[in-house]
Design a protein around this ligand. Structure first.
Ligand code: TNX
Length: 489
């Protein structure tokens, strides 16, 4: 199927087709990498070589495909010019070039995503795309606590997400059912609560050593994705208390839990041991985190009194800041007066906001994850095999049909940091399950986060989305074949 210049998700800011022109990549095509573009040029060659079978040498001399930087553009901004003589990709910074490479891949035939050589005409439609993001934070979240996912599975997930210009991956590392990140000063966390029998129904054991975690962070960084680690507290802490009973009120270890209840566990706000523990954990996690954000959870603390909750959050926020990070927390955190650098992550299905609008008025930027639109763990329909439905079912059109700057009174465009699509893993058991819940809804959230508001159009989106079925099949990525989309073979 011939691709047209506008056949891209998320929709680019500006598309100017030149119907008279096109460029075809062949076995004589080379890539010219200007200074500072070498890393992305190597990535471009790497992603094109398996399917094309071409050598695609990268050098600094003249070539048909040219990568260059232009400091006049924003960091994530790029311009892609396709003419008969060749292709010029210009980025404001390597991140912008990387996004431009994803656009270029989408403009090639679906076979380009194959892992072994294929016969195809590697034709790019002519014209110019000038593109830049609406919001700086476009994220996904993976819950590795309810079910653990390996380093390789997380890397594969990153590779699927970046195709839609996602630039943050939030890892929900701890919860009642498991603790998934090694902490040197409190080794029983993973020795006990990362081991066999942990996770929902005991089916999701495992944890990241510090070396594993650093490997994920580096892999993501090479793809311009920032990892946002979450240590959920003061609720959702049963796994920590199983390993260290001194973190409970009576000092008695609770039973290990593998069910899906929420809201029953709590750290003790009035105990000094609590803060010794939290301080150590946050320090070690901050050390593993080159990115600016550290997520402290704060959701569903039903077993914590309102007074204790506020005391706890007020004690913990300055620790995050002291370790050089910006605190992120589920919006309940906004029950206290937040520093302007703190980011509440709004997840409610109603417009009620537990202080989020007040935080925005005080200068905080809000991360928008309304559950009825962005939660990738909600069932698509009542018949879905996987997922929950407490926020309703979420079809593709519903995921696409909202706007982050219109969702919450008092939280307009200027107060929105961006959007994030969380995937909780109570019902998930494999990477294929993760992919099935993510695709095709994640592209909808990605377009909301990246593309200009004015161009939002469901008919256009579902038509563009239809072309991704063969692309995901080539990559071995599972997806839900929603009847809302007129899929092509
Ligand atoms: C609510 S939304 C939770 C999680 C569950 C999720 C399931 C939020 C911040 N907390 O503990 O896994 O619902 O959809």
């Amino acid at each position: 199927m011939t691709r047209e210049l506008g056949d891209v998700i998320p929709a680019p800011a500006e598309v100017r087709p030149d119907a008279a022109a096109h460029f075809t990549i062949d076995d004589g095509t080379a890539i010219s990498a200007a200074s500072g573009t070498e890393q992305v040029a190597a990535y471009l060659a790497d992603v094109l070589r398996p399917a094309t079978g071409f050598g695609l040498p990268v050098g600094d001399g003249p070539a048909a495909i040219v990568l260059r930087l232009d400091g006049a553009l924003g960091d994530e901004e790029y311009r892609l010019e396709i003419a008969a003589a060749g292709v010029t990709l210009t980025g404001g910074a390597p991140a912008g070039l990387f996004h431009g490479v994803q656009t270029l891949r989408q403009l090639l035939p679906a076979e380009v995503f194959a892992t072994a050589p294929r016969q195809a005409t590697w034709r790019l439609p002519g014209g110019t795309i000038a593109d830049r993001p609406r919001f700086g934070y476009r994220g996904a979240m993976l819950d590795v606590a309810r079910h653990f996912f390996t380093v390789d599975e997380v890397k594969s997930y990153v590779d699927s997400l970046v195709q839609f210009k996602i630039n943050h991956l939030h890892l929900h590392l701890t919860d009642d059912q498991g603790w998934r990140i090694e902490i040197d000063s409190w080794p029983k966390l993973t020795a006990i609560s990362g081991g066999d029998g942990t996770g929902v129904d005991g089916t999701g054991p495992g944890f990241y050593t510090k070396a594993d975690y650093a490997e994920i962070v580096a892999y993501a960084a090479a793809r311009f994705v920032t990892i946002v680690p979450e240590i959920d507290m003061p609720g959702h802490v049963n796994a920590a208390q199983v390993a260290y009973p001194e973190l409970t009120a009576d000092g008695v270890a609770p039973p290990q839990r593998t069910d899906v209840e929420v809201g029953y566990s709590s750290f003790v706000a009035g105990k000094e041991e609590t803060y010794a523990f939290v301080g150590d954990v946050l320090r070690e996690v901050a050390e593993l985190t080159p990115g600016p954000y550290l997520h402290i959870g704060g959701d569903e603390a039903q077993a914590t009194t309102a007074e204790d909750y506020r005391a706890f959050i007020e004690r913990v926020l300055p620790l995050v800041t002291a370790y050089g990070k910006r605190p992120v927390g589920w919006h309940e955190m906004a029950a206290v007066d937040l520093p302007a650098a703190a980011v509440p992550q709004f997840w409610r299905i109603e417009a009620s906001d537990d202080g989020t609008a007040r935080a925005a008025a005080n200068g905080s930027k809000v991360l928008m994850s309304p559950a009825d639109r962005t939660y990738l763990d909600m069932k698509y329909t009542a018949e879905s095999r996987l997922g929950l439905d407490w926020a309703g079912t979420v079809g593709v059109e519903k995921a696409y049909g909202w706007d982050p700057a219109e969702r919450l009174p008092g939280v307009g465009e200027e107060s929105v940091l961006g959007v994030e699509a969380p995937l909780w893993s109570e019902t998930l058991r494999s990477l294929a399950d993760v992919q099935t819940m993510t695709f095709p809804r994640l592209p909808a959230i990605a377009e909301i986060g990246w593309s200009p508001r004015a161009g939002r159009d469901w008919e256009s989106f579902r038509g563009r989305l239809a072309a991704f079925a063969p692309r995901w099949r080539e990559q071995g990525v599972a997806f839900h074949p929603s009847p809302e989309i007129p899929w092509v073979d």
